[in-house]
Design a protein around this ligand. Structure first.
Ligand code: SF4
Length: 118
């Protein structure tokens, strides 16, 4: 595990902390907890991070709570894509890693929550 190899699997070492979860954890729920952290830590200096973390938190809240539609999931992906490569520091860029990787690798965790909303 090093700074060159971890980004290749869609993650970042960041502060070198590791969260271990088992397969009973819904990734949409975990993303919501992750976005609480990034929204709280965003200093607000640049718009993509300030607004992006706000909207990603709002959308993951709806998804995790079973109140979202597929459009909300698509919007979450779109917001993360718009933040990418537009932030002044690493925090904003790191804020989208879990979102994009989670959507790509665990789509069933999102479709479960969207289905629950119907
Ligand atoms: S990317 Fe960095 S500078 Fe920009 S708002 Fe987020 S924490 Fe502040």
């Amino acid at each position: 595990m090093d700074y060159e190899s971890v980004p290749k699997v869609g993650a970042q070492l960041g502060s070198a902390s590791v969260i271990v979860i088992d397969d009973s954890v819904n990734i949409a729920w975990l993303l919501n907890k992750t976005m609480h952290f990034f929204k709280h830590e965003s200093c607000g200096k640049c718009t993509p991070c300030r607004e992006g973390t706000y909207w990603m938190l709002h959308l993951t809240e709806r998804i995790a709570g079973g109140q979202a539609t597929q459009e909300d999931v698509d919007l979450l992906r779109s917001v993360a894509g718009q933040v990418k490569n537009k932030c002044l520091c690493a925090l904003g860029e790191f804020s989208i890693e879990a979102v994009l990787t989670g959507l790509e690798r665990f789509p069933q965790d999102f479709s479960e929550r969207v289905s629950a909303a119907k």
